[in-house]
Ligand binder design. Structure first.
Ligand code: PEP
Ligand code: MG
Length: 898
């Protein structure tokens, strides 16, 4: 088994197809090297070794790779003409993690490895730059101490011991910036750093470069199971056994004076998708400086510079002025870089996010990857690449991340409200969208308010969870490629970064702009598309969809074969879903129609009635309301099928539990308060989700089914008179036995026939059932003898298959996910292995009796891409999901075919 793969000098052992083995970064480095991009030489230790390490431990793992690593280092030495550990002509290396998918900022990196008290002198002599050498050395000890020796601060109250030493020295020397340190200061820092390492760990800082290297390799493997990585993996559902690769590579330096620099660039605009090369750079800096946002980077292109200058003029924001561009400052290097970005985008046939370093006038490409982008940019880039002929239609569909379409469908600021808005400051439009919420200053307090805006000087990977919870992210520092910006774009979350006018005090929990103080809990709004920070709440409105969005949807429908319907209970939702391309309603939950103020009263009268007569009386009042709803829904769906489910939830959900409301109801009904209280108590159930609900209601109170059927059929007949076609599909919930279904079917058909006689007219309608009780899946062949269609209610099916109460699972599911007992929430992502068997079996058995049985799904899983794919594989006719997820399901349905 090959464990170490080399790259550099225009050749490589691996290539981009080996992502799983080499990690994304390693595979790309190999590929780039092979196609002639100037990549600093190095090697990749495979992800398999990470898994071996988790089984075998440190010693045995190092034994497996020691020889290969030694030879690979010798190879780098040969290419760079340097020597690892040699104090006259030293090779310094970086050690980085690299999983098969990009996990930005989640795992650890050590730079400048190989430095010690001797080597630093050699480096200084060789580069004629004492400052640079000692600065690299102190950075190295700091990183190594944090990453390998476990000296990173653990919480926000903890202080980074190295930062503390630096702060002390700055105070003593009365300086503000790192760059103001003298060489002697840096030497003192190195001395103090080593001292604190000894104090904290009980060991001397390792001076042997080889010892440093082995330590760093093991630390990278360990970082795969670190807290940040675990959280990120959990969030994205990445399994533990993927592991991370370790990339070891020759260091090149962007901080070797004014002919050196470093930067990040994108082949297209990651925010809008526009086809313009763009990015940021810093002269005389290391890569981390651009991403960390400590210094404000400049624009790479002159066009970009001009754009920022325009923005700055409008908003009087000096921070945005970023002259000169790299294009102006180093035209030859720029030209070379431009050539590589073109080559790389063509090669990978997707927008690239590249990192580069210029070392004393020589350009090195450090990495490239498919760039993270907003939903809007994803759609535009995909359609542009298709039109440019770089990808074909199938690739275009497959390159869409369905859940990201969500971002395009969510509210933006209402333009009128925006005109009245008071803009208090402007930052960089780091991730578009609109957010309005209350200020919080710490990531772990983001949950304090229902809508919070996480407001930070800058963010770090530790803040990830809070960023995920917050509605928007605002930072005072950092460029467009800062951690906050990159992560927010990945999340599709509105973010403004680098708003330099903000003064944030974590201690006082205040945000000060132009002398005005805002406190924790104050409302602000962020416009992630312009960078404007607005005082107070701003109304939002529905977004307009781009032409490219429509084109993607058209493509999806060209290849998708499974119908996408929607779950909608009102004409309004039905219309929204129609606009998103829903081909019918897969579930109208009739109970939702009863929650309006005047209706709930009648509903309660119906429930509290002691006699059939009393119940029928109340039902007569409900009939016209339901009929009107159905007419509206049928009309909105314009001839497409509409599945209407009979009343389902346990009745106690409708009765009042507050004394005042109970009194009111007693008065309305002319009965005593005690009678109301008794009835409410009577309806109380130990296990309502498994209690008196679903068809058990209709079978014990057939008059409810009668009323609902009448409302449906009358609505359809009324519309027929107006020339509007409706296709009702009446659905019986929570069926477990054939006779349960037949009992309801009888009521439905008899009622329908009665209405037909009254109207002297008929319509076509179906009577089908939900399959959501495990027994129904098992008995599907017999149920299909009578049912016209099946619709899988995977919410209840999941609840009953797992035995997890839908109402109570929140208490333990998060812990199950954290511990890895479950890899995903089964109420969100269909458990294909377990619950999926019931779905498959139900479909097969149903069709064994009725080969053309129409089968669909209406549980929450109907809009979740991996579940949609499963439904397609199972042979379903349609999936049904909430209106905003219809476009997601349409793309997922097309992807399932391809
Ligand atoms: C289901 O159980 O999956 C379903 C769609 O019905 P409800 O969520 O209303 O119980
Ligand atoms: Mg259900």
């Amino acid at each position: 088994r090959k464990r170490v793969f080399r790259f550099g000098s225009k050749s490589a052992d691996g290539d981009s197809t080996m992502r799983n083995l080499l990690g994304g970064k390693g595979a790309n480095l190999a590929e780039m090297s092979a196609i002639g991009i100037p990549v600093p030489p190095g090697f990749t230790i495979t992800t398999e070794v990470c898994t071996e390490y988790n089984k075998l431990g440190e010693e045995a793992t190092l034994k497996l790779i020691r020889k290969d690593v030694e030879q690979a280092i010798a190879n780098i030495e040969k290419i760079m003409d340097t020597e690892f550990g040699n104090s006259e002509n030293p090779l310094l290396i970086s050690v980085r993690s690299g999983a098969r998918v990009s996990m930005p900022g989640m795992m650890d990196t050590v730079l400048n490895l190989g430095l010690n008290d001797d080597v630093v002198k050699g480096l200084a002599a060789k580069t004629k730059n004492d400052r640079f050498a000692w600065d690299s050395y102190r950075r190295f000890i700091q990183m190594y101490g944090g990453v390998v020796l476990g000296m990173k601060p653990e919480s926000k109250d903890d202080i980074d011991p190295f930062e503390e030493i630096m702060e002390h020295l700055k105070e003593k020397r009365e300086i503000e910036l790192d760059t103001q340190f003298t060489v002697q200061d840096l030497k003192d820092l190195v001395y103090d750093f080593k001292d604190i390492v000894k104090k904290r760990t009980g060991h001397d800082f390792p001076t042997d470069p080889w010892q440093q290297l082995w330590g760093a390799i093991i630390a990278v493997f360990n970082s795969w199971n670190g807290d940040r990585a675990l959280y990120y993996r959990k969030m994205h559902g990445y399994p533990a056994d993927w592991g991370t690769a370790v990339n070891v590579q020759a260091m090149v330096y962007g901080n070797m004076g004014d002919s050196s620099g470093t930067g990040v660039c994108f082949t297209r605009d990651a925010g809008t998708g526009e086809n313009v090369f763009n990015g940021e750079y810093l002269i005389n800096a290391q890569g981390e400086d651009v991403v960390a946002g400590v210094r404000t980077p400049r624009q790479i292109t002159t066009l970009g510079s001009k754009r920022w200058a325009e923005l700055a003029k409008i908003n009087e924001n000096e921070r945005l002025v970023t002259y000169p561009s790299l294009e102006e400052l180093m035209p030859t290097i720029y030209k070379e870089l431009h050539g590589y970005q073109e080559k790389l985008e063509k090669h990978y046939r997707d927008m690239q996010d590249m990192e580069f370093t210029i070392q004393e006038g020589k350009l090195w490409i450090l990495q490239t990857r498919n760039g993270k982008r907003t939903g809007a940019a994803m759609v535009k880039i995909t359609m542009d690449l298709l039109k440019e002929g770089l990808i074909d239609e199938k690739e275009a569909i497959l390159s869409i991340e369905p859940t990201k379409l969500d971002e395009l469908l969510h509210p933006v600021f209402d333009t009128k409200a925006l005109k009245r808005a008071h803009v208090i400051a402007q930052g960089l439009p780091a991730s578009p969208g609109a957010a309005t919420g209350q200020i919080v200053f710490f990531a772990d307090e983001a949950h304090k308010f229902r809508h919070s805006i996480l407001t930070r000087i800058e963010t770090s990977p530790e803040d990830l969870e809070g960023m995920n919870i917050a509605k928007g992210i605002l930072t005072a520092r950092g460029g467009m490629t800062s951690h906050a910006a990159v992560v927010a774009r990945g999340m599709g979350k509105c973010c403004i970064s680098g708003a330099g006018a903000l003064k944030i005090s974590y201690k006082r929990r205040t945000l000060t702009v132009d002398g005005k103080v805002y406190h924790e809990g104050d409302w602000i709004s962020l416009n992630g598309s312009t960078g404007n920070i607005i005082e107070g709440k701003v109304a939002t409105s529905e977004p307009e969809l781009s032409g490219e969005f429509g084109e993607i949807m058209k493509l999806a429908d060209k290849y998708g074969t499974m119908e996408v319907r929607t779950n909608a209970d009102s004409p309004k939702d039905a219309k929204v879903a129609r606009n998103f391309g829903a081909k019918g309603i897969g579930l109208a939950r009739t109970e939702h129609m009863f929650f309006e103020v005047d209706r709930i009263k009648t509903m309660r009268e119906m429930i509290l009635a002691d006699t059939v007569k009393g119940r029928k009386h109340a039902l007569e009042d409900l009939l016209p309301m339901q009929r009107k709803d159905f007419e509206g829904i049928f009309e909105a769906m314009d001839g497409h099928p509409v599945t209407i489910r009979l009343l389902d939830p346990p009745l106690h959900e409708f009765v009042p539990h507050q004394l005042a409301t109970q009194k009111e109801l007693a008065e309305d009904m002319h009965i005593s308060l005690l009678a109301v209280k008794n009835k409410v108590a009577e309806l109380q159930e130990f296990n309502p989700m498994l209690g008196h609900r679903g068809c058990r209601l209709g079978n014990t109170y057939p008059e409810i089914t009668e009323m609902q059927t009448r409302a449906i059929i009358e609505a359809a007949l009324n519309l027929k008179e107006k020339g509007i076609v409706s296709k009702p599909e009446i659905m019986v919930p929570l069926v477990g036995t054939l006779s349960e279904f037949m009992e309801q079917e009888k009521v439905i058909r008899e009622t329908a026939n009665k209405v037909f006689e009254e109207y002297e007219d008929t319509i076509d309608y179906l009577v089908g059932t939900m399959i959501e009780v495990p027994r129904a899946a098992l008995m599907a062949d017999s149920i299909a003898e009578r049912a016209d269609f099946f619709s899988f209610g995977t919410n209840d099916l999941t609840q009953m298959a797992f035995g997890y109460s839908r109402d109570d699972a929140g208490k333990f599911l998060p812990i199950y996910l954290e511990k890895g007992i479950l890899t995903a929430d089964p109420f969100e992502v269909l458990d294909q292995k377990g619950v999926g068997q019931l779905v498959k079996m139900g479909t097969e058995r149903g069709r064994s009796t009725k080969p053309d049985l129409k089968v669909g799904i209406c549980g929450e899983h109907g809009g979740e891409p991996s579940s949609v794919e499963f439904c397609y594989a199972t042979g379903m006719n349609y999936v049904s999901c909430s209106p905003f997820r219809v476009p997601i399901a349409r793309v997922a349905a097309a992807q399932a075919v391809l």
